[in-house]
Design a protein around this ligand. Structure first.
Ligand code: SAH
Length: 325
């Protein structure tokens, strides 16, 4: 048994069955606080870890919005769940070159990842929650952050729970599953409330679907392979597809404007990833193959290009971010 599995057995014996939401919350907070899950030696790889072009294009997008908004000097770069800090370092290189001198603020709960982020961006400020961010115009990016926040699952209107049966963990019911995530709704509301009050723009990238529909999307990934959700709790990454309709709804309710939803492939192409890739390859001829492979992985429909989606959220008096139709 994993250490968390033992703790969950004790908890269920003492308190009774726990909801899928409580299970996911417990698993991910243990998982992220005890390791660096990213990259070849970890469990999964994200877009900024594949190619520097991802973070650079995010940086170019945020700089464009900031400049068109009149370059407010009190604006801050904000990232939710910055992982190893790779995206921030790539984005900030472009933003600094574009004249942005503002502070860097990270929302991150994992002490292990905070250390890696400190190595990548030494002068950042860290916060436990979105609510702790200063009230300033935000230039915000969240890549694969919402998918890690806990979801509820309901079967025929009844909340699905995790129980102990035959000495192991199992779900108490099966059937057509409907998912929802108050944790995500709250996160999007909190960002949007800041944007509405102080201005700014947020780019949200994650894997998920546009039309909300029933279905079980909770999944576990360990060592770059799909695994069983109830196996090895706390030792594998649990995520669920992001319902972008819910994201757009929470944002609009808080009084901000929302762009159309794009696939990651279309969005990166609209921002000029091919031109950036060609320039990089020309400057680093020995890395051409690696650069082209990264571009393919980020944009191809068989790779991340279609499963991953991007949405922009901005204060009504700020320009809409570029790249969206
Ligand atoms: N954005 C990074 C990492 C994605 S992994 C990248 O693209 O590479 C998810 C990140 O969110 C990790 O940094 C993890 O520690 C953080 N995270 C997960 N749940 C969180 C929570 N509830 N509050 C703050 N950060 C969280």
């Amino acid at each position: 048994m994993t250490p968390l599995e033992r703790a969950l057995h004790q908890r269920i014996k003492a308190e009774g069955p726990i909801t899928v939401e409580a299970y996911m919350e417990a698993c991910n907070s243990y998982y992220y606080s005890t390791r660096d899950p990213l990259g070849v030696g970890g469990d999964f790889t994200t877009a900024p870890e594949i190619s520097q072009m991802f973070g650079e294009l995010v940086g170019a997008t945020l700089t464009d919005c900031w400049t068109r908004a009149g370059s407010p000097t009190d604006a801050i770069y904000v990232e939710l769940g910055p992982g190893r800090g790779t995206l921030a370092a790539d984005a900030l290189r472009v933003m600094r070159a574009g004249g942005f001198t503002g502070e860097v603020h990270f929302v991150e709960t994992s002490p292990v990842l905070r250390e890696l982020q400190r190595a990548a961006v030494p002068d950042a400020h860290w916060h436990e929650t979105i609510e702790d961010l200063p009230a300033r115009p935000l230039l915000l990016i969240a890549n694969e952050f919402l998918d890690a926040l806990a979801i509820h699952q309901h079967v025929e209107g009844i909340e699905r729970r995790v129980v102990i049966a035959a000495g192991g963990l199992t779900f108490d019911r099966d059937g057509e599953i409907v998912e929802s995530s108050p944790a995500r709704d709250n996160a999007v509301s909190a960002i949007s409330t800041c944007l509405a009050a102080k201005g700014g723009v947020a780019i949200i990238v994650d894997y998920g679907h546009a039309p909300a529909g029933p279905g079980d999307t909770l999944q576990a990934v360990r060592d770059h392979r799909y695994a069983s959700v109830l196996e090895k709790p706390g030792e594998q990454d649990l995520t669920a597809h992001v319902d972008f309709q819910a994201v757009a709804r929470s944002a609009r309710e808080a009084g901000v404007s929302v762009t159309s939803l794009m696939t990651q492939g279309d969005w990166l192409r609209a921002l000029g990833i091919s031109i950036r890739g060609e320039a990089l390859a020309r400057a680093n001829p020995k890395r051409r193959e690696e650069i082209e492979a990264g571009l393919h992985r980020l944009t191809s429909g068989e790779e991340m290009g279609e499963l991953f989606k991007v949405i922009g959220v901005h204060a009504p008096n700020w320009p809409a971010p570029p790249g969206f139709e």
